[in-house]
Each structure stands twice: as structure tokens, then as C-alpha cells.
Design a protein around this ligand. Structure first.
Ligand code: C2E
Ligand code: MG
Ligand code: MG
Length: 661
């Protein structure tokens, strides 16, 4: 009848009258009472309450008849018997009345009242009336007269027995109402918990499914992807992951409204699910971007037919009688790959490929390019390593001397950056500077170079060395609006006036990028006392008018011309030309890349005194410079070597030409 039925009113041994058949029937009545209590606790429906009422009425009528038959045998014509019969009658009437009252009252209220009535009635009736009658019967069975038996029964029911009955009665009522209350609480808690579970189920669904299309969202997709990727590896299979995005979906939303947009997405979702069948998966990431997992794709050949169908997926979509002109772009990546990959990285690849498809003009698919990705990722890793290198002080400056070959004087040094890489050893700038071009690290590293060079210059200054130190600055660094202000600050942080010993080298190509701006900076720096030199001069094709506008003091002839001048007449011609220009514009000139004595001698013959190169010294750590300077001497063939006349220079050029032929 009722599930969760519990003995709210447990059978109490004090209920035993001593007459077995009566006690058995009382036990059954108590069971019916418990059924009613359970009904009240769990708020069962009216039909069940009626069933209980019917069972109670039927059983009490049967019980009363059976009980009265016993009493009738012993209490012949006694008032006690008549009263007992009347009590039974009243009980049945009251029960019927309660049952009928359901027509005019809420059945919940009726059930409550019935329970209260029944509990009190049963307890008091059994404990008092029935026990008294039963004691009397038992005494008569032992031979006492009715009057004597009643007197003995009265005695048994008085005194401590009476008190016991009262206690049991009150306990019974308190306990039962408490139990009922607990039951109701329990029921209420179950109800709340169920509501909570339902709410959680809904939330979980929302967290993993897209509410518009009902498709899995990114979270569920990622979980699924991990599983299917594992399976693919186990079964030596393959899959393709496709990012699909509608072309011009914004226009649909803007023109026809979001409701149309939503309907389009739903239609597309259905089409995709239908196309992929039960083995594939479709998920909606956001907006108009979907992800599809194509099963059993073992390479591009088996993937392309899918992609062709997918490209058609948005064609012929009609909404509200309007035919919408839609297309899609697809980004594709395949799995497994040579390297292990996580589901989210696989998604990133497909998304990147989608971006490429869009860039290439939409309405097409693009396959993720692993090689290109490696390069980009490698680049990012490199940047990170350089950043760490800076933090860990892995960079250092080497210094290469610059000399006047003719007078034998050391005129300065050039600071050249090196990276003492923890794994790869000492790296030259050509191996890492290009990586940070146009990245904020370029400025960080440039500032570090300036600071380190200035500190070193101050230390040399303290030892009495006043040569000029050249520092290479990048075009980007020079074009920072705060460059001059920051340089001023830097110089101010040192005790000595270092400005006059500082020369900045800027590549000719960088200087020409924005000649007005660079000239402005050079002029401001010159006001601080800092000089400029145009590095790798000859590679930037400065026009004469540009050269006139560049206020740099020195031109540094690119080593390409220097190294080529002995065997290449053109290089020699350019070199002679540069020397002429420098002379005309009153610029200092220095040749870099002087690798042999012959190069040095030729430069001197042409009138270029200042030189830098391996023939003189390789770049070296700062602490070796002093020692080198002390021991250096210009080769005898260079010292005070006279400059050749124009005619002699022409002859030399001709000689080179002849050798070249
Ligand atoms: P650069 O400023 O023209 O420096 C001269 C380069 O030529 C240096 O290369 C130097 O080691 C090398 N060199 C010197 N003498 C000879 C020679 O006789 N033969 C040959 N073949 N090479 C010689 P390095 O140190 O590898 O630097 C390369 C370039 O990197 C520099 O060219 C400069 O443009 C750049 N660089 C170096 N340090 C810095 C720096 O701190 N900041 C910036 N922005 N650029 C730097
Ligand atoms: Mg330089
Ligand atoms: Mg150079």
C-alpha cells in the first residue's frame, strides 16, 4: 500500500492484555494506525487515505465483534459489557464521520485529526478498558465470580499500575507526535534534496551543453576529444578536427535580427549532426563557430570528401520565406601527429587554420600547417628564453678596439653584445637580435646594453682611460620618444661626465627610416655631448642630400666593401667614393672588418686612418682590454705611412681591375 511505511507507534508490551486472540487483533489495529501515521507524514493522496479508512472500519468492526463475543460470555447482562459495546459503537461512528468530513475539508487535515483521535483512543482503550475486561475474564477463568473478578481487576489497575498507564499514555502521545514531526522533516528534506538534484542536473546540463542548439559545448567537447584521441591511438586509427565558422553571420543578425540568426544556427546544427551520423561529434563553441570531430579519417585523402560536404552545409538555408546566402569556412587539423598533443592544442590548431581560411577569402577550408606552427612556437619560446636570459644575467658585452693605424693610437672600443647561453655557449648577436626585432624586448636589451656600457666606461674612467666607447643602438630604440630624456637620466647616474666618451652607432638603414626624426635625436644627443656614427655605411644608399642632413660625426664603412676592395674594383670604387664624401661633408671615417695587414695598408694608402677588425683585435671581454691596449702597436708598415696621390690611387684601381679580369 504505502511505501516507506514506518512504525511510528511501535507495539508496547504494556498493551498486552493476556488474552492472546485479543492481543493479536490489537496488534493489527496498531499496524493500521501506523499506516495512517505514515500517510500523514508523507502526505499521500486522498485515495490512499480512503483505503486506510476502509481498512480501519472493516477491521475494527470485525475486532469489536470478536472481542465482544468474549466479553459477552463472561459479562452476561453486565453494565460493563453494555458500556464497552457503546464505546465501540461511538468509535465506529466517529471514524465514519471523519471519513465523510473529507467532502468538506482538506483530506490532510482530516488525516491529522483521525490520527490524533485513533492514537489516543487505541492507547487509552487498550490500556484501560480492554485490560480491565481481560483481567476480569482471566480471574473468572480461575473460578472467581464476576463481582470478585472485577474487584480484583480494579485492584490490579490501581496504584503503581495506574501511574504506569498514565506515563505510557503521555509518553506515547509525545513520542508519536515527535516521530511524526521528524518524519515530516525527513520528507521535506527528501523533497528539497530532490529539487536540488534536479537543479544540479539542469546546471550540469547547462555547463556542458549549448542551450540554443542542444549541442555539446567546449567543455564537453574537450572531454570527449580526450577519450576519442585515446581510442584513436589504441586502435591505430585517425580523426580530423574541423572548426567551422559561418561567413558573414553578422550580416544575417544585423539584417534580419537575432531570432533569424538563432534559427540559422539551429538548422546548421541539425544538418551537421545528420551529416556526421552517430560516429562523429558536433559541438558549438560560441556564436557561429562549431567544431566537428570527423571519425575514421586516416589522412587528407579520406578527409577531403567530408570537407567538400561541409562546405555545402550552409547552402540553401531558407528562413521565413527568405533564402539566405550563406557559406562557411573550415579550419582542419589531423590526429594523431608526430608529437603528443592535448585536446585544447588540437582545437587551437583547427582554430588557427580557420583563421587562415578566412584570411584567404572565406568559403574554403585550410589545413593546419605544422611547419609554420613550429616556427611561430619556436619564436615565442626564443623570446621567453631571451627574457629569462636577461633576468639571469646571461648577456655580456665584448669590446673591440678601434685604432688609428697611421698614428698607432687606440681611439676607442666598440661594445658588442654576446649571450652566454647556458646550453648553447657564447652566442653572437646575429643569432638572437633578429628574434626581438620590433618586440618590447628589443628596448629592454638595448637599455641593458647602454647601462652596462656606461658602468664599464665609468670604471675605465676611474683607471684613467678616456677612449670613446661606441654603443650600437637599434632604430626602434632611437625612435622612442623618451630616448634622449632617458639617456640624459642614465648619464646623470654616473659620477663622471661620460657623455663626451660615448658614441652611438646607428645603422645607416635605420637612420634612413625616418631621417627627420633621427636627425633630431642626433642633434639633441650632440647637445648632451654624445657623438654619433653611421654604421655599415654604404649599405643604405644614402643620397647626398640625406648625408647632408645627417649630423653624425663619423661614417663607418661597411666591412663588405673593405673586405672586397683588394680584389673587387667596384668595392674599391665605392670605398674611394665614401672617403671622398666623408671628406666633402667633413665627416670622420673608419673602416670596419679589417682582416689583414694588406687591408690596413690599402686603407692608409687611400687616406682612411681609422680601422677596426680582426687584424687589429677580435672583440674581447672588458677585463682584457687594458692589457691589450698596453701591448698594442701599429704594424711598422702602417705607422706614419704616407697617403697615395690621386694618380697612384687610380693606378691601384686599374691594377685591381686587371687582376679581376
Ligand atoms: P657592427 O656594429 O657592424 O659590429 C661589427 C661586427 O663585425 C661585429 O660582429 C664584429 O665582431 C664583427 N667584426 C669585427 N671585425 C671583424 C673582421 O675583421 N671580420 C669580420 N668578418 N667581422 C668583424 P658582431 O659582434 O657579431 O655583431 C654583429 C652586429 O650586431 C653588429 O654589427 C651590430 O650591428 C649588432 N650588434 C652588436 N651588438 C649590438 C648591441 O649591443 N646593440 C645593437 N642594437 N646591435 C648590436
Ligand atoms: Mg657597430
Ligand atoms: Mg658595422
Amino acid at each position: 500500500m504505502l511505501k516507506n511505511s514506518i512504525d511510528i507507534f511501535p507495539w508496547n508490551d504494556n498493551f498486552n492484555t493476556g488474552l492472546f486472540e485479543i492481543d493479536e487483533q490489537h496488534r493489527h489495529l496498531v499496524r493500521l494506525l501506523n499506516a495512517l501515521a505514515t500517510h500523514v507524514a508523507f502526505r499521500s493522496d486522498a485515495i490512499q487515505l480512503n483505503e486506510i479508512f476502509d481498512a480501519l472500519t472493516a477491521y475494527t468492526v470485525y475486532h469489536f465483534t470478536a472481542e465482544e463475543a468474549i466479553w459477552a460470555e463472561f459479562f452476561v447482562e453486565d453494565k460493563e459489557y453494555r458500556e464497552h459495546h457503546a464505546v465501540h459503537d461511538r468509535f465506529v461512528q466517529r471514524l465514519n464521520h471523519l471519513k465523510d468530513s473529507q467532502k468538506s475539508r482538506p483530506s490532510d487535515q482530516v488525516a491529522h485529526e483521525a490520527l490524533d483521535f485513533l492514537a489516543r483512543w487505541l492507547a487509552s482503550h487498550i490500556l484501560e478498558k480492554d485490560r480491565f475486561m481481560a483481567y476480569t475474564v482471566l480471574a473468572m477463568k480461575q473460578g472467581l465470580t464476576l463481582a470478585a473478578a472485577k474487584a480484583q481487576a480494579h485492584q490490579q489497575m490501581s496504584g503503581t499500575a495506574r501511574t504506569l498507564i498514565d506515563i505510557i499514555l503521555s509518553l506515547y502521545s509525545v513520542l508519536s507526535s515527535n516521530t511524526l514531526w521528524l518524519m515530516r522533516e525527513l520528507e521535506e528534506r527528501n523533497r528539497v534534496e530532490e529539487a536540488f538534484r534536479e537543479q544540479r542536473r539542469r546546471l550540469e546540463h547547462m555547463a556542458r551543453f549549448d542551450p540554443l542548439t542542444g549541442l555539446p559545448n567546449r567543455m564537453l567537447l574537450t572531454e570527449y576529444l580526450q577519450k576519442i584521441m585515446n581510442r584513436v591511438v589504441e586502435q591505430h586509427g585517425g580523426l580530423a578536427l574541423v572548426c567551422l565558422d559561418l561567413d558573414g553571420f553578422k550580416v544575417v543578425n544585423d539584417t534580419y535580427g537575432y531570432e533569424t540568426g538563432d534559427r540559422v544556427l539551429i538548422v546548421l546544427a541539425e544538418r551537421m549532426e545528420c551529416l556526421l551520423g552517430k560516429d562523429g561529434r558536433v559541438a558549438r563553441l560560441w556564436g557561429d563557430e562549431f567544431v566537428l570531430v570527423l571519425p575514421e579519417v586516416m589522412g587528407m585523402d579520406s578527409c577531403v570528401p567530408w570537407l567538400s560536404k561541409l562546405l555545402m552545409i550552409a547552402s540553401g538555408v531558407v528562413d521565413d520565406g527568405r533564402s539566405l546566402n550563406l557559406s562557411v569556412s573550415l579550419g582542419v587539423t589531423l590526429y594523431p601527429q608526430r608529437e603528443e598533443i592535448t585536446p585544447s592544442s588540437l582545437l587551437r590548431q583547427a582554430d588557427q587554420a580557420l583563421y587562415q581560411a578566412k584570411l584567404a577569402g572565406k568559403k574554403r577550408y585550410h589545413i593546419f600547417d605544422m611547419v609554420q606552427d613550429h616556427e611561430v612556437r619556436g619564436h615565442l619560446e626564443n623570446l621567453e628564453q631571451i627574457r629569462q636570459g636577461l633576468d639571469h644575467q646571461e648577456f655580456m658585452l665584448f669590446y673591440q678596439p678601434k685604432v688609428n693605424l697611421r698614428s698607432g693610437q687606440v681611439i676607442g672600443v666598440e661594445a658588442l653584445i654576446r649571450w652566454n647561453h647556458p646550453q648553447r655557449g657564447l652566442l653572437l648577436p646575429g643569432e638572437f637580435l633578429h628574434l626581438i626585432q620590433n618586440h618590447s624586448l628589443e628596448l629592454d636589451l638595448g637599455n641593458w646594453v647602454l647601462d652596462t656600457a656606461l658602468t664599464q666606461m665609468e670604471s675605465w674612467r676611474l683607471q684613467g682611460m678616456t677612449w670613446v666607447t661606441s654603443v650600437n643602438v637599434s632604430g626602434k630604440q632611437l625612435q622612442q620618444p623618451a630616448f634622449v630624456a632617458e639617456l640624459t637620466n642614465r648619464l646623470a647616474q654616473h659620477h663622471h661626465d661620460l657623455a663626451s666618451c660615448l658614441e652611438l652607432e646607428v645603422l645607416e638603414t635605420s637612420a634612413l627610416e625616418d631621417i627627420a626624426q633621427v636627425s633630431g635625436v642626433i642633434n639633441e644627443c650632440m647637445r648632451l655631448g654624445v657623438q654619433f656614427s653611421i654604421d655599415d655605411f654604404g649599405t643604405g644608399y644614402s643620397s647626398l642630400s640625406y648625408l647632408k642632413r645627417l649630423p653624425a660625426r663619423t661614417l663607418k664603412i661597411d666591412q663588405g666593401f673593405v673586405q672586397g676592395m683588394l680584389q673587387d674594383a667596384d668595392d674599391l670604387a665605392i670605398l674611394v667614393g665614401i672617403l671622398g664624401l666623408a671628406n666633402a661633408f667633413h665627416k670622420n671615417v673608419i673602416a670596419e672588418g679589417v682582416e689583414t695587414l694588406a687591408h690596413g695598408e690599402m686603407l692608409l694608402d687611400l687616406g682612411c686612418d681609422e680601422a677596426q677588425g680582426y687584424a687589429i683585435a677580435h672583440p674581447m671581454p672588458a677585463d682584457e682590454i687594458m692589457d691589450w691596449v698596453t701591448h698594442w702597436q701599429s704594424p711598422p708598415s702602417c705607422l706614419h705611412r704616407p697617403v697615395c696621390s690621386r694618380e697612384e690611387v687610380s693606378l691601384r684601381r686599374q691594377a685591381v681591375k686587371d687582376v679581376q679580369k
